[in-house]
Design a protein around this ligand. Structure first.
Ligand code: ZN
Ligand code: ZN
Length: 351
């Protein structure tokens, strides 16, 4: 970063509420939390509360704010909506309405440094956390892209009562659990503070790490990456290159062996009737995106090779064969069983 851009960065208006929140919780998690553990020790049920409360918050952000409300990838039972609205507020990542407005802009304007709220093109620190703490051109939510959510009474109830809800969830739950188990402070530090810090930084990693390191099997022209290591910490949200191309898909890891607990949760709940109309991207479009990217990479490599004309001919032949097979498949779909069904839907094929 140059001296000029560093100084203009420092002159930006600071948003004090998130700055104080991140600084104070981070400091407590690094100092008081381990110190209390050394002096008094933590019990297994406090760690269990930390894990369960943390999982509820992370699922509510991933399956609720993200896959349900930002992308409408399935339909939930009202009970699930209520849980998601309460526990996504407990994760303290802004209201669901603001979260979705920013996220839809992120998809629409990906890598546009002025309009993508957490564009990785502006550096790791900004895309990770600084976009929430300082004023940027994209800092203020434009609600034009969330008009559907503004008609949702539950989302607007959370939006209009955010402060009392986050206080009730973040203080109320650990205090009640602490009274029940006889150690309020220990429960506050684990299920309150540490859980919140972990919730924050794991989600933030998707916007920073997930746009900087990893593979791009579906589209090389965008910064979003598939990162299996990151995926371990973000409840399956780490297949981010796939997600940016097929955002309507309720899955992020599309293969059965890919670790995606959010996908498994949504699918499992469908057996109990708590979710329905789960949307998936058409298989042929997924394969096409992957092969298009493969041919693009092969072409770039051939440019550097000796006898590139011969290799180019082979590649063109393969690309032609693939295009013919694809068009054949489409016409078969169109007239399968002798009945005209119309072309496969083009849903989800956007950034
Ligand atoms: Zn998304
Ligand atoms: Zn992204």
């Amino acid at each position: 970063m140059t001296a000029t851009s560093q100084s203009s960065c420092n002159q930006r208006k600071r948003f004090w509420i998130p700055t104080i929140l991140f600084a104070s919780t981070g400091l407590l998690a690094l100092t008081t939390m381990p110190l209390y553990g050394i002096v008094y020790g933590y019990h297994w049920y406090q760690w269990l509360a930390f894990a369960l409360f943390g999982a509820l918050c992370s699922f509510s952000v991933a399956a609720g704010n993200h896959r349900l409300w930002s992308h409408k990838s399935y339909e939930p039972h009202w009970l699930l909506r209520l849980l998601f609205i309460l526990f996504s507020a407990a994760a303290m990542q802004n209201t669901t309405l603001n979260w979705c407005a920013s996220h839809r802009h992120h998809h629409q304007f990906i890598d546009d440094n002025d309009r993508d709220p957490y564009s990785a093109g502006r550096g790791f620190w900004l895309s990770h956390i600084d976009w929430t703490m300082r004023e940027y051109s994209s800092s203020y939510p434009d609600y034009k892209n969330v008009k559907d959510l503004q008609r949702d009474k539950l989302i607007m109830w959370q939006h209009n009562n955010y402060a009392p809800i986050i206080i009730a969830m973040n203080l109320g739950i650990p205090i009640i659990l602490g009274i029940t188990t006889g150690d309020i402070l220990g429960m506050m530090l684990l299920a309150g503070v540490l859980r919140l810090v972990v919730n924050h930084y794991t989600t933030f990693m998707i916007n920073s790490f997930g746009h900087m390191w990893g593979r791009r099997p579906y589209k090389g022209a965008i910064s979003a990456r598939d990162n299996s290591f990151l995926n371990l910490f973000v409840f399956g949200e780490g297949y981010h290159n796939y997600h940016h191309i097929f955002q309507i898909d309720y899955r992020s890891g599309i293969y059965w062996f890919q670790y995606d607990p959010t996908k498994w949760l949504i699918k499992t709940l469908s057996f109990a009737g708590l979710t329905r109309n789960l949307k998936v991207a058409p298989c042929v479009q997924i394969k096409k995106a992957k092969l298009d990217q493969f041919f693009k990479r092969a072409k770039e490599n051939i440019e550097k090779a000796k006898e590139k004309e011969n290799w180019q001919k082979i590649l063109d032949g393969e690309a032609h064969a693939f295009a013919s097979a694809l068009s054949c498949w489409k016409s078969l779909q169109f007239t399968r069983n002798g009945v005209k069904h119309g072309p496969p839907p083009a849903n989800g094929n956007s950034q």
